[in-house]
Design a protein. Sequence first.
Lengths: 263, 402
Amino acid sequence: MIFLGIDIGSLSCDAVLIDEEKNILASSVILTGAKNIESIARAKKNVLDAAGIMEKDIRSIIATGYGRARVKEKDAAVTEITCHAKGIKHVIPETRILIDIGGQDSKAMLLDPDGNVVDFAMNDKCAAGTGRFLEAMARALEVDITELGDLDKGATSDLVLSSMCTVFAESEVISLIACGTEQKEIAKGLNRSIAARTHSLVKRVAGNIDGLTVSMSGGVARNKGVVKAIAQSMNLEKINTPETPDIIGALGAAIIGFEKIHR
Amino acid sequence: MMYDHFDNAVKGITDKLNQDPEGINARKKYVLELSRLGKKLYSKDENIAWCGVTAPFDLLGSMGVTSCFVEFVGAMLSSTQTADYFFEEAEDSGFATDSCAYHRAVMGAVLKNAMPRPDFIIGTSSPCTAGLAVMENFAHQYKKDFFLLNVPQNYTQDAIKYLSAQLEEMVRFVSDHTKRPLSKQKLGIALENFNASSQLLKEIYDLAKTKPSPVDNNILKDFGTVITLLMGTQEGVDICQAFKDELNHRIKTSFNHASKEKIRLMWIQNRIQYPFPINEMLDDLGAVIVVDELNDVTWEPMDPDKPFESIAKRMISIPFSMDASERIKHLQDLAVAYRIDGAINPCHWGCRQGTGIRGLISKGFKDINVPVLNLEIDCVDSRNLAKGQIETRVEAFLEMLS
């Protein structure tokens, strides 16, 4: 039996196929774009083609992410919080604190030793500190979003962006550029700002993180600069990141489908 | 416009009730009575007082004054989706867009001359000073006299005496404006009704505590906050009786909702007022709000021989009047009594009750191992709603509890 998880987020649409042993057969990450129904179909086709599997062989489809209700063929919709927790438990089982920064949400979750969510906190009213935020900042810095992760290399200043509203932060970045501040210093400032905000979310779910393994999922976990800044802010040597952090939600969804059939 | 709205509501609900004369229909009867109150407020034939939430509506009623708290209008404008026009008016006059929308809607209505013209205003320092400021503004706008009841935060003998004296002074203030003295007989009847309503409320809440609960996500929504407007009247007693009958009927007939109850929830403060399918979301996931924070009787019976002292005790005993530690203790007691699995704290934008003690409330529930979901939501101004984000938070919370 084959199980499909689809995570349709605001920025990316991810799909994962797993088999009876919970092995990942194929995964796909594409931009959601303006037409999410088409993105869902494309992500699904990508994983079916890559794994050489027919649609009729799929036993269960679980949808997650903001567009979860839009996945017509789903067997169930589950929130990304539950799915990310399930997915990280599969790849980094010792995780007790999970940080997931996605396209328009950042979340901190406290997990019990079995990987169940015990508490969670999400960003408040705006998208500050999320993937959308980084996208806007990359635009202001005139770099590709994939370059942001290494952009702070060699930065030495203690610059922190004072405003964390995406719109105001973008203006602040533009002002810093106008003042001649180096790109790497601005990038470091951005990372520190995101780290402070993320650390605050973690504190809301766990006052004391001593001895708890901290992991990070979601597309922003690919940004080494942000991950490093969060680790520094939390006084950690490192934060664990899966090899493919952006598919953890879809992986968790697929595993939930597997568990629903096998329980 | 508003008079017509309430008049149409009265006619429509009366027709529906007449079509089902044998039915209990507690919620319909309740909404009918509130619509009648709305109609009276807008009729221009009554002595009208706009008040704070904790004002003594039974005492005012016994003096021939039709009274209501201003937030009732904010909620009503929101629930009928007519509030945006008034928000914009208030904002255009300088009100901050992230101030409490109950009061922003009221201020807009005042500025648009859409609030019934009061004869006077009775402000209360509890539950919130933002409401108080709006009422002062209201009094200024209509050039009406303003009387403040300063409700102490601690339940002490000195505090009770202090508030009793203010209530006596308030009666003189009201008499001066209405040219009618307080009738001890009428006050006695009002207090008798209040006591009968209180006793029925206790029985209603005891029924709601049963597991599975006979309540659904709507029937007792914001009930404790609003029923105080009617408790000094025979109609209030009748409505409480109808709710009790309905819950008993549901228990006897194995109300089918009860079998679906998987998660028992508490709703802190007030519900979301504009149409938003949160009840449907909760229903789908087998979650039932078995208790709202103010659905409780925290006062002793009113003593007709000591009316001011009794009313003062009651006003101070309302959890919103008390300091944070007492309010949290009350929440913890409710959590245990109702055997809840989790609590939702909507943290209404711009509200000190909602956001001011959020961390303390979370800690209070953590101490008794009850998870809390803090929502960042404007319960009145739907323009500030991030629907997808709220849905995800609520669903994730329910997934966590289940």
